[in-house]
Design a protein around this ligand. Structure first.
Ligand SMILES: [Fe+2]
Ligand SMILES: [Fe+2]
Length: 183
């Protein structure tokens, strides 16, 4: 009889043969599911993408500065949630530690660029270029999270609801500290 023969090492991974993988699209991307940590993170991704689009359509310096401040605030909170809760919690559920390590390094590059932008004015020669490079960096990073990292975590037995709850409470305190308005 085959039952009970699952090896110790495969215990953490949900069966790869399951007919439907909730939370993963046919093309293997992570999809929205109600009330879990991955969906919360994906909502942030969509919000930041929208803000970058608004930036592209904005001509005046005041509007640009406001959008960059908003993008930076959203990204700072989002990255902190990932770095303090989601990334450490998911280390045990990914095959390669580099999945997590590379994400952290990519965050750092984005933070460096945001720090440079914070010290600049929209009228500066390279302002738009730096915002564009930040946007492309974030698009690349979000693509890797949603096409590889998140689907891998979704296929595992990580408790995404519990992680979502931890992130929600950290989000609330960070937003209070940083003076962010709720969504
Ligand atoms: Fe993310
Ligand atoms: Fe990230």
């Amino acid at each position: 009889m085959a039952a009970g023969t699952q090896s110790q090492s495969s215990k953490r991974k949900a069966s790869s043969k399951s007919k439907s993988n909730p939370g993963i699209t046919k093309t293997g991307k992570a999809s929205m599911q109600p009330d879990d940590g991955v969906s919360d993170l994906m909502r942030d991704h969509r919000k930041v993408e929208e803000l970058f689009k608004q930036y592209e359509a904005t001509e005046d310096d005041g509007g640009k500065e406001k959008l960059v401040a908003q993008i930076s605030l959203e990204l700072k909170i989002h990255m902190q949630l990932e770095e303090e809760v989601f990334y450490p919690a998911s280390r045990d559920f990914v095959d390669e530690q580099d999945t997590v390590n590379e994400a952290i390094v990519e965050h750092q590059s984005a933070k460096d660029l945001m720090a440079e932008l914070a010290g600049m004015k929209p009228s500066d020669e390279f302002y738009d270029a730096k915002v564009k490079v930040l946007q492309e960096m974030i698009e690349h990073h979000v693509g890797e999270e949603e096409e590889e990292y998140f689907p891998e975590v979704r296929r595992s037995e990580m408790d995404l609801k519990a992680v979502g709850e931890q992130m929600a409470s950290l989000r609330e305190s960070l937003m209070g500290e940083m003076g962010a308005r709720p969504n």
